[in-house]
Design a protein around this ligand. Structure first.
Ligand code: ADP
Length: 627
């Protein structure tokens, strides 16, 4: 029963491994060729040296002729020199491709992350699975990465085995001459079969021991998951300049020391893994090595007995012992690689489990007409929404139309559903109930890339990239400098321009360039607004656009609000209700419901309304007489 299960999972590992290889083949075919060539050349150089040494010994042990010896010595020197040259070149060739594979490895996941539905990307299950995959890779390259080194091990083992078989075949067929007494038994076919069987058995046992040792390592991959996450977090936090202040003030170095030094933490000196490394893990590894020595002794004995009985001379004795030792090494390398492949199956399953997560959002094919008049009308029709995995409605029965070219302010207390409303508008999620229409057609029916192209958004927690200013604004390495500068001006960035001696080519932040400009939150926010302007989409969405700005810059943004949003339909979420004055309409959210809609003046006229309450709650600090 167990055996069946083991076989099935082994077969599955083979299938998964082949799938990983086919991914590598598409990404980096040179990986396979370089590995094959390197393994073949390494085995050829090894066996050529063994063969030439054996020939030399045969020559010396017989009646040596100076020309024969010189010829062999020359051949030895020349082959050693040319093979070491060739091996060095091929080693570089192989290293180049395995290094490229390490970079390309991330692309496999990047492509998936970029093409995944946002709702899936945002889910905790996806995050946990992905971080587990990355940790397995960091822990011991387990998963798709491991299949690169597995291929290298397979090719090296096969080349070694093939060379060993070719050189050792005569050992079993060279007969002991008649009249050798009991040693004639060595001619019996059973004797060769017994030796070959024993070799295989010991090789398998040796690799079984190696697997056992390796198995502990793999087992701890899941046990140390949390510790690994903590270590990753602290390592990146320690390098992060933005966190340096908090790390120091709240004395996080103590927590790091605790993580690495205390016995009960995963990496402490008396942790479970440390104890295992000193105990069973080491014992199995030692056992694996020592059984190899037993085999070498048996093989030496067999070869020496045959030589003693006169089956072959001294040179062949050297040849066979060396070739058999290498053949055995190849076999145990191969069975080790097979064991690693079986163990890696579980991690490949996880990796493909992630890569195979299907997108669930309907992908339409309609194109959004490229209207020069920007006449796009959006309507929310009875839209309700629950975040995946939750029962609570973040939005309930929302009905709203965006009049073309109007400026809409969205206000409401924290958690009232404002950002969720924007996320649905941008189709990061699909409504749980109801529909959103663009010019009368359900937005699900449009091609997603076309639809998302209609929006320029500055999210509340926007991120700029550590790239040159111009590239940040354009979202591309190719940008129109004039347009980028004018967007910066419009966003009120002109006063900060002195910060950038290299203009639009100046790097932001110091992650990639030591001289990169560190932006204040306000400067970053203006840059993000410039980025949204550069996109020049018909809808402009600003989520808390002035949250990080000082009062002067804030006033400046609102003064320019008309210019920033000219010709566009604008949606602006803000806690500063004063921003509503600049908008044509205000939508008031409360606990996921749209409770009021109208102009600022109209809404202020109803003292029972939520807007009135919010407005006066803020106004009392500015105009205490109004409180
Ligand atoms: P606002 O922008 O008005 O502060 P949000 O739209 O961010 O409010 O949140 C509305 C509700 O949805 C809140 O109760 C919040 O906790 C919940 N919520 C927001 N994001 C998520 C999420 N990714 N998963 C589950 N619930 C969420």
């Amino acid at each position: 029963m167990n055996k069946e299960k083991h076989t099935a999972s082994f077969l599955k590992s083979v299938t998964l491994n082949s799938r990983a290889w086919s991914i590598w083949w598409n990404l980096c075919p040179g990986l396979f060729l370089s590995s094959l060539l390197h393994s073949a050349s390494a085995a050829l150089s090894l066996y050529t040296a063994v063969w030439l040494s054996a020939r030399m010994i045969t020559e010396l042990a017989g009646s040596p002729s100076p020309s024969g010896i010189i010829g062999l010595a020359l051949a030895q020197v020349l082959s050693a020199a040319s093979f070491s040259l060739l091996n060095a070149v091929l080693e570089r060739f192989k290293t180049f491709y395995s290094d490229s594979a390490s970079c390309l490895y991330h692309r496999i996941y990047m492509d998936k992350l970029f093409s995944m539905d946002f709702a899936l990307l945002d889910s905790q299950d996806t995050y946990s699975l992905y971080s587990q995959i990355i940790q397995n890779d960091t822990w011991s390259s387990l998963g798709i990465h491991e299949t690169v080194s597995l291929f290298e091990s397979f090719t090296a083992a096969c080349a070694r085995i093939l060379g060993g078989i070719i050189l050792t075949a005569p050992l079993f067929i060279s007969p002991v001459p008649p009249g050798s007494g009991n040693l004639s038994l060595l001619n019996h076919p059973l004797c060769a079969c017994f030796l070959i069987g024993l070799m295989l058995l010991i090789a398998l046992f040796s690799s079984f021991c190696a697997d056992k040792s390796q198995g502990y390592w793999i087992r701890y991959a899941s046990k140390t998951r949390f510790g690994n996450r903590m270590a990753d977090f602290y390592i990146s936090a320690a390098k992060d300049r933005k966190r340096a202040l908090d790390m120091r003030i709240y004395n996080q170095s103590e927590a790091i020391t605790k993580l690495y030094m205390e016995g009960n933490t995963p990496f402490g000196p008396s942790s479970e893994i440390a104890r295992c490394a000193k105990g069973p893990m080491g014992i199995w590894a030692a056992l694996s090595q020592s059984v190899s020595v037993v085999l070498t002794v048996i093989v030496y004995l067999f070869v020496c007995l045959k030589a003693w009985a006169g089956a072959f001379g001294l040179g062949s004795t050297v040849l066979y012992t060396a070739a058999i030792a290498n053949l055995f090494l190849g076999i145990s390398q191969l069975s080790g690689a097979l064991g690693r492949m079986a163990a890696n199956g579980r991690f490949l399953e996880m990796a493909f489990g992630f890569l195979d997560i299907p997108n669930i959002m309907y992908q339409g094919t309609l194109t959004t007409e490229k209207r020069s008049d920007g006449q796009y009308e959006i309507e929310f029709r009875n839209v309700s929404f629950c975040y995946p995995g939750t029962q609570d409605y973040a939005l309930r029965h929302i009905n709203m139309k965006f009049p073309i070219g109007s400026r809409l302010a969205i206000v409401g207390a924290n958690g009232s559903g404002k950002t969720t409303f924007i996320k649905l508008l941008c189709r990061l999620y699909d409504p749980t109930e109801g529909e959103i229409l663009l010019n009368g057609i359900d937005i699900r029916k449009y091609r997603y890339s076309d639809y998302i192209g209609l929006f320029s958004v500055v999210f509340q927690d926007f991120r700029l990239f550590s790239l040159p200013l111009g590239e940040n604004i354009a979202g591309s390495c190719l940008f129109d400098s004039f347009k980028a500068s004018s967007c910066l001006e419009k966003a009120g960035f002109s006063r900060q321009k002195a910060l950038f001696p290299h203009g639009l080519s100046a790097f932001l932040y110091r992650d990639l360039d030591g001289c990169g400009a560190e932006l204040s939150l306000g400067e970053a926010q203006k840059t993000a607004i410039a980025r949204a302007l550069y996109k020049d989409a018909p809808f402009m969405i600003l989520d808390e656009p002035t949250a990080a700005l000082d009062p002067i810059s804030e006033a400046e943004i609102y003064e320019k609000f008309g210019t920033i949003t000219r010709g566009k339909t604008a949606v602006c979420i803000s806690h500063r209700l004063s921003s509503c004055i600049f908008c044509d309409e205000v939508a008031v959210f409360d606990k996921g419901n749209l409770v009021q809609q109208g102009s600022h003046e109209q809404l202020l006229k109803s003292p029972q309304g939520k807007y009135y309450e919010l407005w006066h709650a803020q106004a009392q600090y500015y105009y205490p007489e109004n409180a």
